[in-house]
Design a protein around this ligand. Sequence first.
Ligand SMILES: *Cc1c(COP(=O)(O)O)cnc(C)c1O
Length: 282
Amino acid sequence: MMPDSDMPQIKVNAVRASQLLSALESVQSRISTATSSASRQSAPRLVLVSKLKPASDILALHSHSPTTLLHFGENYSQELQQKAELLPRTIRWHMIGALQTNKCKPLAQEVQNLWCVSSVDSEKKANKLQEGRKLLAERLDGEGSPLTEKLRVQVQVNTSGEAEKSGVEPTDAAALCKYIRDKCPQLQLSGLMTIGAIARSKATGEGEENEDFIELVKTRDIVCEELGIERSELELGMGMSNDFEGAIKAGSNEVRIGSTIFGERGPKSEAKILDDNTDGAK
Ligand SMILES: *Cc1c(COP(=O)(O)O)cnc(C)c1O
């Protein structure tokens, strides 16, 4: 990890910052409206999905309110690791994208402030995250600053049955959850996650329920029954820009919102972590 003095100075552009904040406020107000109209006690956690967006966008939001704008989600493990090196350690990173088995161990080992991995869909990946987190824990113990938390993981469920989507089949979720709970002491099983079919979230009209969300709720009931745990112990991570209000109505505890806040994303090949006006840009 870089010493703080070697970190490039990331500049926040004031115009961009105010754009981001106003988009965020509008999302937050839609979240509170959906939460109260569903008669729910508490709003879901909002994960700001910053994939393919520059580090300066993340810094603009996080530095505006370092105690409340904490949760940022990334899809690519290398991008997450690079951003984590450049940005304040107070950020709570979420890995939400399709995980490659060989990236699991380095991710868990390198990123101390990795808060949750939302896309676990095999025992192999759970094992690799476990190994990486264990090495991190040993290193930090040696440095006299022990880790105080386990690494949260969500099991990704393929609720839409689309072949190209990651995630376990709903009927296999309980076995993987049990494996994580019983065999991965450095991991904390925190919830279930689904992306769902885009076609369904677009087709679901006002007042209708999205089948993917219904399926995830059902899957949670089964998992809780099989593991003998309360529903409150297993969060539901569902809802994105297109469908978060429906997800909140269906009981989501965590929504992941990107383009509504950060704007449309360009192609991956054009994404830059550091803007050109950054001092020390590579
Ligand atoms: C990109 C992404 C999101 C956010 O999508 P938006 O439609 O931009 O809000 C949420 N979850 C996952 C897994 C993603 O890959």
